[in-house]
Ligand binder design. Sequence first.
Ligand code: ATP
Ligand code: MG
Length: 537
Amino acid sequence: MLILKEGTARRRGRDARRNNIMAARIIAEAIKTTLGPRGMDKMLIDSLGDITITNDGAAILDEIDVEHPSAKMMVEVAKTQDDMVGDGTTTAVVLAGELLRKAEELLDQGIHPTVVVSGYRKGLEKAKETLEKIGIDVDLEDRETLKKVALTSMGSKAVGVAKDHLAEIAIDAVKQITEKRGERNVADIDNIQIIKKEGRSLFDTELVRGIIVDKEVVHAGMPKRIENAKIALVNKALEVEKTEFDATIRIRDPTQMKGFLDQETRMLKDRVEKVKKTGANILICQKGIDDLAQHFLAKEGIPAVRRAKESDMEKLARATGGRVVNNLDDLTPQDLGEAGLVEERKIGEDKMVFVEKCKDPRSVTVLIRAGLERMVDEAERAMHDALSVVRDVVEEPKIVAGGGAVEAAIAKVLRVYATKVGGREQLAIESFADSMEIVPKALAENAGLESIDILAALRSAHDKPKAYLMGVDVFSGKVIDMRESGVIEPVRVKEQAIKSATEAVSMILRIDDVIAATKPKEEEKPGGLGEEGGEEF
Ligand SMILES: Nc1ncnc2c1ncn2[C@@H]1O[C@H](COP(=O)(O)OP(=O)(O)OP(=O)(O)O)[C@@H](O)[C@H]1O
Ligand SMILES: [Mg+2]
């Protein structure tokens, strides 16, 4: 009896599972070497020949095209991690890889996948509980701590000397856009615009208290610098509207023609008048601005920008305290945004309009500068990680020690817990505990240290009470108090990494049947050479 369509490929049971595990592990192995400040970088070349050099887990997995479905799930793990917390992508994927490797060993011993999955779930719960316990509360006024968190996240990015400078900017930017909602802090880092431009050096990277609009002032006759700007934000074209249907206007004598044109002119002039009357001294328009309207604006000394992006308009409103109006008739003085300075500047090759020195902007900009294009890109990734971790701590003010310290602490707690659970699940929880240690192990390996010795030293350090801060210093090769050496990370990053790794692994382990509709074969072109050489043609 034929149930599945002809050509359907099917893998079942052990075979399916093994295949899935292998594919996912290959991805994890590939990015394991990038973990930590002494991790290696990957060079990625896309189909157009563009080169990216990075050590950022999310960026690497984003660039490579993977085919295998369970390998794709690992890419998803990195994406989720990046979306939710912004850092720890490599950790999450490496953890998932190790959880799978250990699971495979258990399966080989005849333990059913369901038992492994439920053991892993228990492991995850206990790990979360442990994180909650050993997490250290942070006072948000304690700038030093925030800075250390930012510096740790940039530890593995190739921004070296400028790290301090970037960390300060990240903290200022996040603090500026943080809002209080009841007792909670909310920091939406989408309100931080990142603009990158080659040229100058990393040290010229700056925080702009406002927004940079990547456009020029439309007319050469307009002023290029306005202090104490009152900004009209308009989402309506300053153009003569075209009718939606074709209309024919019959003109019988030249005076009518003139009257018609005069009326158009008057309409545009009126609109400019309206803007002027509100007290605005600069106009930023999301739509177009007619030549004639530009001319009138220039005459009034009101600089204007046209076709600003919608997202920029929203950010401008947040930064300047203004409101975007859809109709010029609605524009009142209260709708105007304010900025200490609006100026067109030439950055690199392009002219951009800086709307800056805003009083209390709810949206700010980080302008990233660096000598080389690749450097600018890496600085952007570093800035993204730094902004993310500062946001994480601001929203959930708890940190743990890095360098494998927190993973070793969780492993220790889990081993004790496993014996209490007993039975076959005990084995799975123990495997979960062992998997945690892949972090310090990989950190040590990547630093060229003897990972077995380091792991032994780490375990013995953790045997002592209150040792949850002890981790691997990849520079000296010693096991030390990581908090003292300033390597700290948000609890949220670690929790999410363990969670998304465990979830993906559980999903992969539960699959026992892979049914794939194979692609229809490409039709052979007549006259072309088939695979066998095409003798028949
Ligand atoms: N000076 C240090 N000594 C030891 N370990 C460190 C040090 N600085 C950072 N680490 C550790 O390096 C790990 C983070 O490495 P890395 O930033 O390469 O990966 P990730 O954060 O998991 O992923 P990604 O940053 O690519 O999203 C963390 O476990 C962190 O504790
Ligand atoms: Mg990181």
